[in-house]
Write a protein that binds this ligand. Structure first.
Ligand SMILES: Cc1cc2nc3c(=O)[nH]c(=O)nc-3n(C[C@H](O)[C@H](O)[C@H](O)COP(=O)(O)O)c2cc1C
Length: 318
């Protein structure tokens, strides 16, 4: 049986999304939370790790079930060993079972500071980090990486190094950083990395339908761990479809009303948010994906993206 991972999408797959999603569409085997930056200083404050804290109800959603769960994997970005260890100790105290290191974020402001995928060309810095951190880490470490920063060779060159350390899993998104999300995934390079790695590899990238998934499973029969991000936001039924290997046979209107119920859960959970404009921004972001993924929603998505207030949004949706 394949394991499905929810990919971290900062600004989208926070605890409200994760909880509301599972309530309406089913359980992931694992979920990687969006990244937390390493912390300078000696204390982790709650606002640093807000998305990973247990809460009472947020609106009608109780996030405790899901946050208090070994399926959720916190992710850290940065290469400051002390900051990484500080956060990891906190995560261990909170009951998490592993921690993930982000070597994939392509945002220029991040990558230029030698963080995220910007670290990939620096084997020496990565080795130094692993040498210092791994003996002291209280939790198993997994790594989520791209093929490289500016060239697709970085990860290939790093895998023999990774092979020397006890790394729980290596999640690979087969693009390079400067590509951002453009162009296509490079499955040949992915295959090279897969063959080089002695660690468990999780595939991540552009799984948007049963047919793309089928092509990947046929090409990479040794993989049974799959991570999906944008495909889930485009079509929230995708997880069910992949588990059953068929498109879910519901009418378009039934699908649409289930998705609207999910979006209403998200809105309800944000009803006391101090900045409604941020809540609107979040809904627009989700609708950008839904407009591309759900039949008949292209125009509605355009209207949502143009709307100016949450009350306009509600009028458009109802
Ligand atoms: C809006 C957005 C936010 C993202 N945030 C993160 C993040 O916090 N950590 C991370 O490792 N990857 C992040 N990613 C990358 C995704 O986790 C994933 O690797 C990428 O979208 C490819 O997978 P997909 O094609 O299934 O979406 C982000 C991607 C997007 C589009």
């Amino acid at each position: 049986m394949a394991d499905f991972y929810l990919s971290p999408l900062r600004g989208i797959t926070d605890k409200i999304f994760r909880t509301a999603y599972e309530r309406r569409f089913g359980r992931f085997d694992y979920m990687v939370a969006p990244f937390v930056p390493t912390i300078l200083g000696s204390r982790v404050k709650n606002h640093h790790i807000k998305d990973l804290l247990l809460d009472d109800n947020i609106g009608s959603i109780n996030t405790n079930n899901i946050n208090n769960d070994a399926r959720l994997i916190p992710q850290i970005i940065g290469r400051d060993t002390n900051g990484f260890l500080l956060l990891s100790r906190k995560f261990a105290d909170m009951g998490f079972k592993s921690v993930n290191w982000n070597l994939g974020c392509p945002a220029p402001l991040v990558a230029k500071k030698t963080r995220g995928c910007g670290l990939l060309p620096h084997k020496d810095l990565i080795k130094q980090f692993l040498d210092e951190a791994i003996p002291k880490l209280p939790l198993p470490l997994s790594i989520k990486a791209r093929l490289g920063y500016e060239t697709p060779n970085d990860l290939e060159a790093l895998i023999p190094l990774f092979n020397d350390y006890p790394i729980k899993e290596l999640m690979i998104h087969p693009r390079i950083g400067t590509q951002l999300y453009d162009g296509s995934v490079d499955l040949d390079r992915f295959e090279t990395c897969l063959n080089l790695s002695k660690h468990t590899v999780v595939y991540n990238g552009d799984i948007v339908s049963v047919s793309t998934f089928k092509q990947l499973t046929e090409r990479f029969p040794s993989i049974n761990k799959w991570m999906i991000g944008r495909g889930i936001v485009r079509n929230p039924f995708l997880l069910m479809e992949l588990r059953e290997a068929v498109s879910i046979n519901l009418s378009v209107s039934t699908k649409q009303s289930q998705i609207i119920a999910f979006l209403d859960d998200l809105l309800d959970a944000c009803k006391d948010h101090p900045y409604p404009i941020k809540v609107l921004g979040r809904m627009k972001e989700i609708w950008r994906y839904l407009g591309a993924g759900i039949d008949g929603w292209e125009d509605l998505s355009k209207k949502v993206i143009l709307c100016q207030s949450l009350s306009d949004y509600k009028t458009i949706i109802t």
